[in-house]
Design a protein around this ligand. Structure first.
Ligand SMILES: [Zn+2]
Length: 290
């Protein structure tokens, strides 16, 4: 089987898995992979990802001009092109609407808390790209803000995007985001999330090379986090909610209307972060603050 034939078959398989896992419904989602140095192999628009065949795929150049295929390329092609333009290391892009991760995207809650070692090692923090009308040039602009320093992100009121060094690598990151969202939802329903320390986050970063992960995922220093690194311009590093000098935990307060505050050894009780939380919360090291 030629390399192109294998990639066509791999896109079919990734689409089948996305649909089977209900990451997409109907004709949602799109998948692309580099074909050599100057072409892309991409899913066509208006097909269900669960029932594709290898001959359906489109070949485009890196400016989005269709070179081959009976169908038109994905309506989200501009978003894919922006990723490939900014990230020469990326070989594949996957976009889907996994329901729990998309729920976080709809609620405006980034998956940026340091709670799972595997997520921190493979993806780091998962921000939310600002809402943009699908299929417009606004969407690549929103994605472009984060793509330099992130391999996965939520798309506000839309879905999620992942990239990787190969097709299945990009797809597995989509699985990781949805799995992480599911665990985060359960932890928040239970009322507590114990955070890993910033020191542990940096230790996990150092392990990325051990696992052969080369994609950039720099962690913002604490002072940048405090100033909200994603406030303007492109995000050059990842904002991770991880306290210095020991763990802490987010816990929902019993009292309604309390201020959103976090406890850390360095600063004691202080506002959790610049961005407002969907519910008012506070954190504490002891169970007394639940
Ligand atoms: Zn979409």
């Amino acid at each position: 089987m030629s390399a192109e034939s294998q990639l066509r078959a791999d896109i079919v398989e990734v689409g089948r898995r996305m649909y089977a896992r209900e990451y997409t419904a109907s004709n949602d989602g799109n998948i692309s992979v580099r074909l050599g140095s100057d072409r892309l192999l991409m899913t066509p628009k208006s097909v269900c990802k669960g029932f594709m065949t290898p001959d359906m795929m489109c070949i485009t150049d890196l400016d989005g001009r269709k070179l081959q295929g009976d169908r038109d390329p994905s309506s989200e092609m501009l978003m894919h092109l922006e990723v490939y333009r900014q990230r020469p290391d990326v070989q594949a892009v996957v976009h889907a609407h996994p329901p729990i991760a998309t729920g976080f995207a709809v609620a405006g809650i980034p998956l940026d808390r340091a709670v799972l070692a595997e997520v921190l090692t493979t993806l780091g923090s998962i921000p939310i790209a600002a809402y943009a009308t699908p299929s417009t040039r606004e969407l690549p602009e929103a994605v472009g803000k984060y793509i330099k320093a992130h391999d996965g992100m939520l798309l506000a009121n839309h879905g999620a995007l992942t990239v990787g060094g190969d097709l299945f690598g990009a797809y597995y990151k989509m699985e990781t985001i949805e799995h992480f969202a599911k665990i985060s939802l359960v932890a928040r329903l239970l009322g507590r999330e114990n955070l890993l320390s910033r020191e542990e986050v940096l230790r996990l970063q150092d392990l990325r090379g051990t696992y052969g992960i080369t994609a950039p995922a720099p962690i913002c220093p604490p002072e940048v986090v405090a100033a909200d690194a994603t406030g303007s311009g492109d995000a050059e590093c990842q904002v991770v909610q991880a306290p210095s000098g020991g763990g802490s935990s987010f816990a929902r307060s019993r009292a309604s209307g309390c201020a959103a505050r976090c406890w850390t050894p360095a600063s004691g009780w202080s506002p959790c972060r610049p961005r407002p939380r969907p519910w008012r919360c506070r954190t504490a090291r002891s169970s007394a603050a639940t």
